[in-house]
Design a protein around this ligand. Structure first.
Ligand code: P53
Length: 473
């Protein structure tokens, strides 16, 4: 592993900060999302409605406790810490002229605290949230105007923090929205609620195109502000395997992967790939993008590919018993060779090595694993300890495969940030008891608890991993 390998942890503003209406912050799209459970979707309410519990409002109150938490990250030896900037702290409504100084100051203080311990901040500009005002007034990324609102937000923070931040990412898991079967992804990626009878896929591709253009514009702006900036994209790479060696299964899996590749192909290569143009043509989608937009895409390619990796999936191209439609896939099927978590995520460490290789072969750009982790229920023993061996086991196996990709395959990996290094609100379900952290937070799914922090067994384990640069696992 490189000497300067970026070991650390990752979170997102709305999942841990809380302080949803403090410091002049505006209402964010995630402030109108209720708590669900495995199998019970989160609801998106029309504004904040009395009688509902909104888990992100307080989250784990990192907003007022960040100094204490960063001290714990420093104790683990973090080289970097990935978080996002809440757009609503900077531009509460998203379309105002002047930025909110109090919000800017909050992140100045937060970044200074990290830098005090030599922890490199890694910043996502858009992690599943936007000013709710932009959703209501402009329809989110249905609207071309969003490109400029986002660019203004990005330019403001890139200017302000140009001497504090080197690593940036534009849109978190931009490809999640290719699953149009419900509103969760369209809302969190793009601020879009689907209407009765609309062609969801067409809407999704248009929004995604505007985001890709916005991303390229911001990459260009960022490099002009500071040529040393490393600006990446962020993909959810759930690799899709063929169910068997039947050619129809293999072809189906290859086509299914285009739901991921489309996004990173544009980010990394700066052009809209031929397979998607052909697809749009067949579907009769006439999407809005101009010659000038294509120039921007070309000029705003990313420096590295950031991605999350949690699990893999399987599709078949024929009717096979047990297969069923799931998300954007016509026929998905359980992988009989891997085990799933309590939330149904199929655990597959080798899939991480496979992903690192396929992505690197495709782009030859540095890769950054910016999320990987195991969501599980933790139990506090009578002696107060939390024996999360299952989490250690998961992370260890994945790091082993990452090392194979680096040492045996020669893949260029910049860093690894474990997701939810401190327990946070789950994005998918809004639960707090789907925990990923090395640090336990005393709070339950209903919002009860003291918010006290407690080290889990994995805390000392990860500390050792970092101290030995991945030698001792
Ligand atoms: P939660 C699906 C597949 C891969 C990653 O997720 C995903 C999702 C969405 O559920 O999301 C990322 O909290 C995301 C984080 C999120 C994390 O995975 O649902 O970038 O914001 O918290 C874990 O268990």
């Amino acid at each position: 592993m490189r000497e300067d390998f970026l070991w650390g942890g990752a979170v997102a503003a709305h999942q841990l900060e809380g302080g949803w209406n403090k410091g002049g912050k505006g209402m964010s799209s995630t402030d109108v999302m209720t708590a669900g459970r495995h199998g019970v979707p989160r609801q998106i309410t029309d504004g904040i409605v009395d009688g509902y519990y909104y888990p992100n409002h307080e989250a784990i109150d990192f907003y007022s406790r960040y100094k204490e938490d960063i001290q714990l990250f420093a104790e683990m030896g973090f080289k970097c810490f990935r978080t996002s900037i809440a757009w609503t702290r900077i531009f509460p409504n998203g379309d105002e002229e002047q930025a909110n100084e109090e919000g800017l100051q909050f992140y100045d203080d937060l970044f200074d605290e990290l830098l005090k311990y030599n922890i490199e901040p890694v910043i996502t500009l858009s992690h599943f949230e936007m000013p709710y005002h932009l959703v209501k007034t402009y329809g989110g990324f249905r609207n071309r105007k969003m490109i400029d609102f986002f660019a203004k937000f990005a330019e403001t923070v890139m200017n302000r923090y140009q001497h504090k931040i080197k690593y940036w990412m534009t849109f978190n898991e931009i490809n999640n929205q290719s699953d149009t079967s419900h509103d969760l992804f369209s809302f969190t990626n793009s601020g879009i609620l689907y209407q009765e009878g609309e062609n969801r896929e067409k809407t999704m591709y248009q929004a995604a195109l505007y985001e890709l253009i916005a991303s390229a514009k911001v990459a260009k702006i960022g490099h002009d502000i500071n040529p040393d900036f490393q600006i990446g994209c962020m993909m959810a790479y759930v690799p899709i395997y063929p169910y068997s060696c039947h050619p129809d299964d293999v072809m189906e899996a290859s086509v299914a992967m285009r739901n991921r590749w489309f996004f990173s192909d544009v980010h990394a290569r700066g052009a809209i790939p031929s397979y998607i143009k052909k697809y749009w043509e067949r579907q009769g989608y006439h999407l809005d993008y101009t010659k000038e937009d294509e120039d921007i895409l070309r000029q705003g390619t990313v420096d590295y590919i950031g991605f999350s990796y949690y699990m893999s999936g399987v599709v078949c191209g024929r009717d096979v018993e047990g297969s069923q439609p799931y998300g954007e896939f016509k026929r998905m099927i359980r992988n009989p060779h891997v085990k799933a978590s309590e939330w149904g995520w199929q655990i597959d460490p080798v899939g991480l090595r496979y992903t690192l290789n396929t992505v690197y072969e495709r782009y030859q750009k540095p890769l950054f694993i910016v999320e990987n982790g195991f969501g599980a229920r933790d139990v506090i023993e009578e002696d107060g300890t939390i024996q999360d061996d299952y989490r250690i086991h998961y992370l260890k196996q994945h790091i082993v495969e990452m090392k194979k990709a680096v040492e045996l395959d020669g893949v260029d990996v910049m860093g690894y940030t474990a997701w939810g290094c401190i327990d946070v609100v789950s994005f998918g379900t809004g639960e707090l008891e789907k925990r990923y952290g090395f640090i336990y937070v005393d709070k339950d799914n209903e919002g009860n608890g003291t918010l006290a922090r407690r080290k889990k067994k994995s805390f000392a384990w990860y500390q050792r991993v970092i101290a030995t640069n991945g030698e001792e696992l």
